[in-house]
Design a protein around this ligand. Sequence first.
Ligand SMILES: NC(=O)c1ccc[n+]([C@@H]2O[C@H](COP(=O)([O-])OP(=O)(O)OC[C@H]3O[C@@H](n4cnc5c(N)ncnc54)[C@H](OP(=O)(O)O)[C@@H]3O)[C@@H](O)[C@H]2O)c1
Length: 314
Amino acid sequence: MSIERINLGRSDLMVSRIGLGTWQASYKQWGEDVQDLKIIDAIKKSIELGINLIDTAELYGNGHSEKVIGSAIKGMNREEVVIASKVYGAHLRYDELLKSAEMSMNRLGVKYLDLYQIHWPDPWEQIPLKETMKAMEKLYVEGKIRAIGVSNFAVRDMEEAASHLSKGFIASNQVRYNMLQREVEEEVLPYCKRNSITVMAWSPLAQGALTGKYSQTNVPKDTIRSDNKLFKKENLERIQKLLNVMSSLAKAYKKNIAQVALNWLLKDRIVVPIPGAKTPKQAESNAMSCDWSLNAGDLKLIAEVLAGIDLDYM
Ligand SMILES: NC(=O)c1ccc[n+]([C@@H]2O[C@H](COP(=O)([O-])OP(=O)(O)OC[C@H]3O[C@@H](n4cnc5c(N)ncnc54)[C@H](OP(=O)(O)O)[C@@H]3O)[C@@H](O)[C@H]2O)c1
């Protein structure tokens, strides 16, 4: 199996059709079963299978995720991986951003980052976006980052960010996108399509809710997902019908439910899902999500079921 590569936005970076998220490498926040060595193997397995896009952030495990990636890629040809890290929302001042980038590179053991993303727009709205973008531009011009990205940016944020760049451009916007959480379809996705900005889909498996392994009697117990309203018993009951349809599609294609969830996102060529994996087995399953396609009838069936699902976020 060879995994297709596409350009990341208008950049010359070629990324696999599916990436790998590594928020999971944050000690036990994602559950007692998290083990660095297994995540290192998951990263190696992904690369072996042709996944080259690895997403991380200085925030994940307070830098631990970047260190885990650094261990996994040590000794590899640097060109084999596209490393995407993010600057934390509290480090958006010019000098702080430059320092954050250096520290990320040190933890990763690399001399440049392929993609550097602003994790969230400044939550306190204190720092002019122009100041942040000028720091990004400096890194880009100096070759310390190969592409500039943003994350969780609305259309107005992307427009403003782009207006402050005279040398680079926004290559990607990383946003939450999965079958159950489709807010980006309204404005962000159409804007990104029009402007050739890659949409990196975070939580593409709805943090596991779209894998079929959780139910009203089996909910994840880790700190991250205990706050996720998708895992409320009422919601798990409401999505059961969708999971049943996904399960029959999975059977027909000899795939599994998680692979159906990821493949559904590939219907738009601008979307690159970045599922997080804790084990090589999960990484392998996720990598095998892009060597086939749901057909128009399958997509219509899924759309009909989704139209009947109303989730409770209270
Ligand atoms: N930019 C942002 O603000 C932002 C926010 C969130 C995430 N992200 C990025 O996006 C990545 C992915 O999002 P996410 O971690 O929120 O959620 P996700 O990818 O939707 O779900 C990941 C979880 O699903 C389960 N899983 C993964 N592959 C599986 C498989 N093949 N079969 C069964 N279960 C599987 C694993 O947990 P269990 O095995 O414990 O169920 C895993 O921890 C993150 O790692 C991070 O890089 C970015």
